[in-house]
Design a protein around this ligand. Structure first.
Ligand SMILES: NC(=O)c1ccc[n+]([C@@H]2O[C@H](COP(=O)([O-])OP(=O)(O)OC[C@H]3O[C@@H](n4cnc5c(N)ncnc54)[C@H](OP(=O)(O)O)[C@@H]3O)[C@@H](O)[C@H]2O)c1
Length: 239
């Protein structure tokens, strides 16, 4: 019997590499598909027939999230591991306070990066209740660390990730006593598509970044009663 994972934002970048890694470890994977025109998930579905299910999922839309719950309920018994990976940045993030701020973009980032994960957890709770794993993972960022903040711009992205971190803390307070465990994670600087095109200046290929991420997401720990944000090197970040 395969364990089942759900990964949001799974078309490319880290999300796709997480799906690939999970399938190779014998998991059944539901991949949240946001970019039907991007072909990598379809190829992976052909490589793992019956084990990878691509399901349309826009985490910024409650209608889309609820439609995805309906589709996933017909495919799997329950979800053991939920990985909230979908995220966006904006070309206007680098604007400093001496430039005109782009509040529309900031609201988009907040809706995807912070509210998106909350929407997904809320809607998929019946399925995570049915799964035995009860593991909720959140791909956050060092950019969301208030204690570690050194930037002088990137308001929208940093604030959205700080808000995501707060959401995980409130979820942790409520759901940890019910047996859920949590992972809040900074994946390192990944050669992903978050700038629109693949960022070859970054440190890690998505496949490399997925290795420590999956180890952290999947393995058991003996400190589950403390919510921490860790990075890909296992270092703890201040909230
Ligand atoms: N790359 C880094 O160095 C880095 C560092 C720290 C944290 N992170 C975090 O890592 C996570 C994965 O990002 P990535 O770097 O792998 O970027 P990526 O390559 O852009 O992958 C993110 C995926 O999520 C999709 N997405 C965008 N909006 C969505 C929505 N509303 N619903 C569902 N999916 C949506 C993206 O589609 P589009 O391409 O169409 O937007 C893309 O396919 C994000 O949460 C990001 O904030 C990344």
């Amino acid at each position: 019997m395969h364990q089942t994972a759900l990964v949001t934002g799974a078309d490319r970048g880290l999300g796709f590499a997480l799906c690939q890694g999970l399938l190779r470890q014998g998991w059944q994977v539901v991949a949240g598909q946001y970019m039907p025109e991007w072909s990598e998930l379809a190829a992976l579905e052909r490589e793992f027939p019956g084990l990878l299910h691509a399901v349309p999922l826009d985490v910024s839309s409650s209608d889309s999230v609820h439609a995805a719950v309906g589709a996933v309920s017909g495919l799997v018994e329950g979800v053991d591991l939920l990985i909230n990976n979908a995220g966006v940045n904006s070309p206007t993030s680098p604007r400093t306070i001496r430039e005109t701020q782009d509040y529309g973009e900031m609201q988009r980032l907040y809706n995807v990066n912070a509210l998106g994960a909350l929407r997904v957890v809320e809607a998929f709770l019946p399925l995570t209740e049915r799964g035995g794993g009860k593991r909720l993972c959140f791909v956050s960022s060092e950019a969301g660390s208030i204690g570690g903040a050194e930037r002088t711009s990137w308001y929208g992205y940093c604030m959205s990730k700080a808000a995501l971190n707060m959401a995980t803390k409130i979820l942790f307070n409520h759901l940890r006593p019910e047996g859920y465990t949590f992972r809040v994670y900074h994946p390192g600087w990944v050669r992903s598509y978050i700038r629109g095109t693949k960022n070859m200046e970054a440190d890690l290929e998505p496949e490399e970044a997925a290795v420590p991420a999956l180890a952290y997401f999947v393995q058991a720990r003996d400190d589950e009663d403390r919510l921490v944000m860790r990075d890909w090197k296992g270092r703890e970040w201040p909230w």
